[in-house]
Design a binder for this molecule. Structure first.
Ligand SMILES: Cc1ncc(COP(=O)(O)O)c(C=O)c1O
Length: 388
């Protein structure tokens, strides 16, 4: 064999069957070969075990899917390139022209955009309500046959807690599917509720370090059959190396999430007692109107603390720009703390009534609490609040 050929057909490194690596290998690979054409055909048709093409399935990605399904207490999971991709593909998979869906004012703004701009173009009708207005939710469900409702808890950015048992009961009563974007709550919460489909941005708590993107959808077998088939067709598979990094991130997920929640609680309490701040919305605060509901539904309340700077938008800008330890950046759930100034929190396209429900005020600031020493965070917050 010439060297030019050998570099494309390198030596095999067989492992003894009783000798295993502790970390599952990264199958950084697109194509798999079977011995014969007939076995290849059986593989493609799903009549035998094995892999054919990584857009459809890959062992490294599969390990991540199996772990996430277990964490969220569901039969199946598919992962994809980002959280937004998981939202878009799930909604595309579950709806068809003329279906009606319900979504909420208090949700991640790209979710609202996907529903209005993308699904709207394909004839999917939608109604936007407040997650707190359950009587209007029941009226709409009663009047309009509804395919699904999609919601969050805690919501982004104002951390409202959805009454999950009440919402799922209403959805079941009127035959609608429930889709919960569970990103803020993490993979170990809300699995006990009768939710049909969970969505996560893996970019947040699975990655942990804010350097890799991914999305996931979990549910029981029948709904996941529809969703998985559509995901494969649309081809937004995650890269195996990203899947490996997310598996690595998940090893420290529980320690990180819990430590960051403890710091978030402490920061929320500190801000609630500070004269320059008001309306601290953290659901773990006993003063929060969602506290009782949060306690009943959750074991930890998340790592995002949203509050108002009394001085309004410009004071919020000064506060964000005066912080030294909080990066002025999007996202959440990383080990470093982040701040989002009022100017960056979107409330566009809301009517006056919807704006009120949204709870997005002029001086709103969102903090994502990381793994820094909490005393250092207190000092940084205190010095920055002097500029407001
Ligand atoms: C609640 C929620 N869902 C989905 C996403 C989107 O995730 P990604 O950035 O991985 O696309 C985000 C991102 O901030 C989010 O906060």
């Amino acid at each position: 064999m010439k060297k030019e050929t050998r570099v494309n057909h390198p030596p095999d490194v067989p492992l003894p069957p009783d000798n295993h690596p502790l970390t599952f290998p990264i199958y950084q690979n697109v194509k798999w070969e079977y011995e014969t054409v007939d076995e290849t055909l059986r593989g493609i048709r799903g009549e035998r075990e094995g892999y054919f093409y990584s857009r459809v399935s890959n062992p490294t990605v599969r390990q991540l899917e199996m772990l996430l399904a277990e964490l969220q207490q569901r039969d199946e999971c598919v992962v994809c390139a980002s959280g937004v991709n998981a939202i878009a593909q799930t909604l595309i998979a579950l709806t068809r022209s003329d279906d009606h869906i319900i979504f909420f004012i208090e949700s991640y703004s790209p979710t609202r955009e996907i529903i209005k701009s993308l699904l709207g173009r394909f004839g999917v009708r939608s109604t936007m309500l407040s997650i707190e207005d359950l009587s209007r939710l029941e009226c709409v469900l009663k009047d309009t046959p509804t395919r699904l409702l999609i919601f969050e808890s805690p919501t982004n950015p104002v951390t409202k807690i959805a009454d999950i048992p009440a919402i799922t009961a209403l959805a079941k009563k009127y035959g609608a599917l429930t889709v919960l974007d569970n990103t803020f709550a993490g993979f170990h919460q809300h699995g006990q509720f009768d939710i049909d489909v969970f969505i996560h941005s893996l970019t947040k708590y699975a990655a942990g370090t804010g350097d890799v993107m991914g999305g996931a959808v979990m549910g029981n077998k029948s709904v996941m059959q529809t969703i998985s088939a559509q995901f494969r067709m649309l081809g937004a598979a995650i890269d195996p190396h990203a899947a490996f990094l997310l598996m690595r991130g998940l090893k420290t997920y529980f320690v990180r999430y819990r430590a960051q929640c403890i710091s978030a609680q402490a920061v929320a309490e500190m801000l609630a007692a500070h004269p320059a701040c008001e309306n601290v919305r953290y659901p773990g605060l006993s003063s929060s109107r969602f506290y009782t509901l949060a306690k009943a539904q959750m074991s930890e309340f998340g790592t995002v603390v949203t509050f108002d700077i009394k001085g309004g938008a410009e004071a919020g800008r000064r506060f964000a720009e005066s912080l030294n330890l909080f990066a002025k950046a999007a996202s959440l759930g990383s080990t470093e703390s982040l701040v989002f100034a009022p100017q960056l929190i979107k409330s566009t396209g809301f009517s006056t009534e919807q704006l009120l429900w949204s709870d997005i005020s002029a001086g709103i600031v969102r903090l994502s609490i990381g793994l820094e020493d909490v005393q250092d965070l207190f000092e940084d917050l205190s010095q920055a609040l002097k500029h407001c």
